[in-house]
Design a protein around this ligand. Sequence first.
Ligand code: ATP
Length: 190
Amino acid sequence: MSRVGIFGGTFDPVHVGHVAVAAWVRAALDLDRVELVVANQPWQKLERPVLSAAQDRLSMVEAAVDGIEGVVASSAEIDRGGLTYTVDTLEGYRAADPGGSLFLILGSDAAAGLETWHRYEEIAEMAEVVVVDRAGALGHRPPMAHRVVECPLVDLSSTRVREWAEAGRPLDGLVPPAALAYCRRKRLYG
Ligand code: ATP
């Protein structure tokens, strides 16, 4: 019976905080793998006009996790297309492996808003909710049953990475090297 962690995000761009969470949760919960599921069009971020192309965000995640045992990129939400709802993603994983166990991994900022997500009760039925603390949202918890996994705090967000990129600051050490190389090659984020 497979044990799979689903770590969804916009990854615009992926940063080292994302990668550390995936690896640490996988180890803590003895998961077969953690999938970084790249959102196609996240409903929570509809008001944000500029989002890097889904394919570029996916390529950056693929590059970032290459060589990390048990951590992979998933194009499931991009392949499905349209607005991205986590409940649909979990249904897809359940249909593909009905006997497996799913773990939905959320930073504490995202977890605190889980109740507002589309069909959130079903989300909690289909997957075990796993929360990791995030700088700026310490101790934020969802109201439903969940477990907390301790990870090193990485005080980083994609928003700040984009801001620093636009300001010409170095991103080395913040974005995994192979993802950063892709980013530079494609001239993303200014
Ligand atoms: P943005 O700043 O563009 O909103 P983000 O850095 O929050 O991006 P997302 O791709 O939106 O990144 O996040 C995906 C998931 O990763 C969410 O569950 C979020 O809480 C979690 N996450 C992001 N950054 C961190 C971090 N530094 N530490 C722990 N969890 C994080």
